[in-house]
Design a protein around this ligand. Structure first.
Ligand SMILES: C[S@@+](CC[C@H](N)C(=O)[O-])C[C@H]1O[C@@H](n2cnc3c(N)ncnc32)[C@H](O)[C@@H]1O
Length: 293
């Protein structure tokens, strides 16, 4: 799509001027927390050109003015769907999954047994097309199945992009997404289809998908009582201010003793001192301290 759009863009002479780019990036930043540095102007130009075409708008100035003035409310979601980076795949972060399997999940099952509700709550907070929360569900079924009869495990999976959530709910994946899944697991937890692999119903029913903007303070406040939050490979698109806001919200959503897990190249350095870093083999996770843990 990139190459084609570039050709069309230069041919049609529709470009994003510097002042319009600055207004557009401010608008996106205010709504989503995603910050586009100067060198990403071409990216917005390429991705949003399709929207201009679909709306029959001939220049970026008109498009940006209309969305800024609230003249195209439904366009905001389309814009967000175009500009988010949704790269993900099953079993993406091996070291983190090992820490979950060996240390974090066993601790949570022990703790859950002593709680009245006997439940464990997990949140994949930028789940994209669903590979991350489904990976967790597969790990739980594969390694903790006997414990799942006595303890209820809920996995909430959220994203700002409505299109990826639709795909996540469908649970149909192509070869690229499943490339890191061991053949035995692929056989047990997927049904082969002519167009790819369909996630098994027992895994599908463990995950609840919901649309949520991490920058939406009010809706973030509604999420409480989480034991594990994975917020991976999303904060790297945010600036310091929005990172801090999101991490503070995630802190409030965690139970005392709960864990926050970030992406492979992400850390809370300079963002929050509220968590205790816990080191496992090749990965660091962040614990919300409690008196009894
Ligand atoms: C690169 S994907 C990460 C997927 C998965 N967590 C992983 O690590 O494989 C980043 C996701 O963050 C989502 N995202 C970006 N800004 C967001 C926001 N403000 N609120 C919620 N999700 C957001 C995007 O839509 C995208 O699906």
């Amino acid at each position: 799509m990139g190459i084609l759009t570039n050709i069309e863009l230069s041919g049609s002479n529709i470009t994003l001027s510097e002042p319009t780019f600055l207004r557009l990036r401010d608008f996106i930043y205010q709504r989503t927390g995603i910050f586009f540095p100067d060198n990403k102007k071409y990216f917005l130009e390429n991705r949003l050109y399709q929207r201009l075409k679909a709306l029959n708008i001939n220049d970026f100035e008109t498009y940006v003015r209309k969305i800024q003035n609230g003249l195209m409310d439904s366009e905001l979601q389309q814009l967000i769907n175009q500009i988010t980076i949704n790269e993900t795949f099953f079993f993406r972060n091996e070291a983190q999954l090992e820490a979950l399997e060996r240390h974090i999940f066993p601790e949570l099952f022990r703790r859950a047994r002593q709680r009245p509700g006997k439940s464990i709550r997990i949140w994949s907070a930028a789940c994209s097309t669903g590979e991350e929360p489904y990976t967790l569900a597969i790990l739980l079924q594969e390694k903790f199945r006997p414990l799942l009869t006595g303890i209820r495990v809920e996995i909430l999976a959220t994203d700002i992009n409505s299109q990826v959530l639709q795909k996540a709910r469908q649970g149909l994946y192509r070869d690229y997404a499943v490339r890191k899944i061991a053949p035995g697991l692929l056989q047990r937890y997927f049904q082969p289809q002519s167009t790819g692999y369909q996630i098994a119903p027992e895994i599908r029913q463990m995950v609840q998908f919901r649309q949520l903007n991490l920058m939406d303070r009010w809706n973030m406040q509604q999420i409480r009582g989480m034991d594990v939050i994975i917020c991976a490979n999303v904060l790297l698109y945010f600036d310091e201010r929005s990172k801090r806001q999101v991490v503070n919200s995630l802190y409030d959503s965690l139970n005392p003793g709960g864990y926050l897990l970030l992406g492979y190249s992400e850390s809370l350095y300079g963002v929050s001192h509220a968590f205790k870093p816990v080191h496992f083999t090749k990965t660091i996770v962040y614990k919300k301290e409690c008196h009894y843990a």
